[in-house]
Design a protein around this ligand. Structure first.
Ligand code: HEC
Ligand code: HEC
Length: 302
């Protein structure tokens, strides 16, 4: 607060307290307790009101609360910019609580620090903590079962955009990933897009309706010149740059003809946020171990 505002607030508070004291004094003074006085208010013809002073104990409650208020203002912040003799503040309280909670967490996470990801993924205590971390930090995008959604990869299959090795998964989570599929509509025109979409469908064993040999050859030619650099000549993708495998019938952005046409024409821009700074190394390692554990046991051999 600006000093002038603080001064005004401080004076206003003190004047209010003094006014309350004065009011108590004024209302309790000079009432003649030996005779009963009546006010002039009358209701329902004959209901009247006595004008008795407040009971003593009630008055004392008022006075005690004023004394309490003054004591509070001396010890705690409340009078303008005066910090109070105890030096308490909401921020310092928050910092102390936060430090205590961090210490507790550190102790809880300490046993996980030295373990390898492989050991962590077999440690039930670590995995139950990791499951909670996942629910809290990841499920909004990847789903509570980690199976993903359109645009958000399924983390339980063995299909990886960026690779399923321990360092790759750790990096995906700690540093995040930015991924861009360029827009090809302007380059290919609508016929070129249709041709290459037909070819992409054929990569996973699907037939585009009424695709002649010439049409498919044109699609393949477009693919070789424009797409193979990222997706590979065989369309199996490249995990070093996050280019998805187009031959496995697993689609990040949907596998209908409309979805694929949309992807090729307008491109896709995808973002996985970095988590290292926010969560710290131990939690990211727990999450990496958890993600790896999801895709390992249940998957049938290829
Ligand atoms: C804001 C949404 C969002 C959140 C939150 C998020 N992710 Fe992701 N994640 C994505 C997207 C989108 C991708 C795909 C990026 C791409 O297309 O390359 C991704 C990719 C990944 C990958 C790489 C998958 C692969 O196939 O290579 C992993 C692993 C991953 N996320 C794990 C996590 C974990 C663990 C968390 C929680 C700490 C998390 N993500 C939180 C959106 C999110
Ligand atoms: C510069 C590298 C690059 C080039 C060139 C490129 N792509 Fe992609 N493509 C990507 C990346 C990266 C993604 C994944 C985007 C994401 O993570 O959201 C992708 C995604 C796709 C998808 C969606 C896959 C899915 O699982 O939903 C299709 C289909 C696709 N590309 C087809 C093509 C075709 C056809 C061409 C050529 C006309 C092409 N791409 C050229 C990098 C590229």
């Amino acid at each position: 607060m600006k000093p002038i505002v603080a001064l005004f607030v401080g004076i206003a508070v003190l004047v209010n307290i003094a006014a309350a004291l004065w009011l108590i004094w004024w209302t309790s003074r000079g009432v003649d307790k030996s005779s009963v006085q009546e006010t002039t208010h009358v209701w329902d013809d004959d209901l009247t009101e006595y004008n008795n002073p407040l009971p003593r104990w009630w008055l004392w409650l008022f006075i005690l609360s004023i004394v309490f208020g003054l004591g509070y203002l001396v010890l705690y912040p409340g009078l303008g910019n005066f910090r109070g003799l105890l030096g308490w503040s909401a921020v310092s309280q928050y910092r102390a609580d936060d430090a205590a909670a961090q210490q507790l967490l550190e102790r809880r996470f300490a046993p996980f620090k030295e373990e390898s990801l492989r050991d962590l993924s077999k440690n039930p205590a670590a995995m139950s903590t990791a499951k909670n971390l996942f629910a809290l930090n990841c499920s909004a995008c990847h789903g509570s079962d980690a199976r993903g959604a359109k645009g958000f990869p399924n983390l339980t299959d063995r299909d990886w955009l960026w690779g399923g090795s321990e360092p790759a998964v750790y990096q995906s989570i700690s540093q995040g990933r930015d991924n861009i599929m360029p827009a090809w509509g302007p380059v290919l025109g609508s016929e070129g897009v249709e041709q290459v979409v037909s070819y992409v469908l054929s990569l996973s064993g699907r037939e585009a309706k009424a695709a002649s040999a010439d049409w498919m050859a044109a699609g393949k030619a477009h693919f070789t010149t424009l797409c193979a650099a990222c997706h590979g000549a065989d369309g199996k993708g490249n995990q070093a740059i996050g280019a998805p495998n187009l031959t496995d019938s697993i689609w990040l952005h949907g596998g209908s003809i409309e979805d694929i046409r949309q992807t090729v024409t307008y491109g896709r821009n995808n973002h996985m946020p970095a988590h290292l700074e926010r969560l710290g190394d131990t939690r990211v390692r727990l999450l990496a171990a958890y993600v790896l554990s999801l895709s390992q046991p249940a998957t049938p051999p290829p």
